[in-house]
Design a protein around this ligand. Structure first.
Ligand SMILES: [Ca+2]
Ligand SMILES: [Ca+2]
Length: 145
């Protein structure tokens, strides 16, 4: 909405005497919604739905806490300059979830076993260049969590 125009108010119509009505006035700049926790497609759609901003680059990172396919972070939220692009980071899931099915279980152990004592990358949960007992310990600690 253009600069200086009222976007919304706290009440309309009949109100009690001595009521105070709050108003929200446009700063004339677009506001980027918080899309963290959304799926990539929903986040891109939500950003593109706001006029004067658009979705930007999508990058992918492993995350212990954010489920696979969901947005971990974004480059900006709230009021941004017109024509801003908002980049998002999408979760690849847990690095120990070797088959990327959203849970850490025997299938991942099997995959790790197939890559045992190799350089990975599948199975190298700690990224040290070898699939070994340290990786198994890390995977086991996350078993079915
Ligand atoms: Ca898995
Ligand atoms: Ca390793």
């Amino acid at each position: 909405m253009a600069l200086g125009l009222v976007i919304s108010q706290s009440a309309t119509g009949t109100v009690a005497c001595s009521s105070t009505i709050d108003i929200v006035v446009s700063t004339g700049q677009p506001s980027a919604p918080d899309v963290t926790g959304m799926t990539e497609a929903a986040a891109v759609a939500a950003l593109d739905a706001v006029s004067d901003i658009s979705s930007g680059n999508v990058t992918y990172e492993y995350s212990d806490t954010i489920a696979i396919g969901l947005v971990i972070s974004q480059s900006a939220t709230g009021t941004v300059a017109c024509s801003s692009t908002i980049d998002i980071v999408v979760s690849l899931g847990d690095i120990c979830d070797l088959n990327s099915d959203g849970s850490i279980d025997w299938e991942d152990v099997m995959l790790m076993g197939q890559n045992w004592q190799t350089a990975g990358p599948v199975g190298d949960c700690n990224g040290d260049g070898i699939v070994d007992l340290e990786d198994y310990s890390k995977l086991a600690a996350k078993w079915l969590k």
